[in-house]
Write a new protein. Structure first.
Length: 121
């Protein structure tokens, strides 16, 4: 199993059900091919560097997952055929362990800061 990283940019303003359907299809494809998603990180809505299909904003999502080449080919094909997906990129993640460790530490730190704010501290 190879380790991959995938960034998906969806059209901004899609109904949440449509966005979830696209992402769920990818997640089920990973698990159906015997892979595992180790990180799902929604980055939120961001301004695009340049206009794509008359869109200036996009909803970004990051995935880190394990899988084989057939999974990557299928995901690439699905994303290219879906007009709600503005861009996607799937790359082999050679620095997998270090990035996951850093990302999890950042997320835990942010979570603890947010809990401190919500407790009224």
């Amino acid at each position: 199993m190879q380790k991959y990283e995938c960034v998906v940019v969806l059209r901004s303003g899609l109904p949440e059900t449509d966005a979830n359907a696209i992402l769920d299809r990818f997640e089920s494809s990973v698990t159906n091919h015997g892979g595992e998603i180790t990180l799902k990180d929604p980055w939120g809505t961001k301004k695009l560097a340049y206009e794509i299909q008359k869109q200036t904003m996009g909803d970004y999502y990051l995935y880190r997952f394990t899988g084989d080449n057939s999974l990557v080919k299928e995901a690439d094909r699905d994303y290219r055929l879906d007009d709600r997906v503005l861009r996607h990129l799937i790359v082999i993640d050679e620095e997998w362990d270090e990035r996951n460790r850093v990302a999890l530490a950042k997320r835990a730190e942010q979570r603890s800061r947010n809990e401190g704010v919500s407790d009224g501290r």
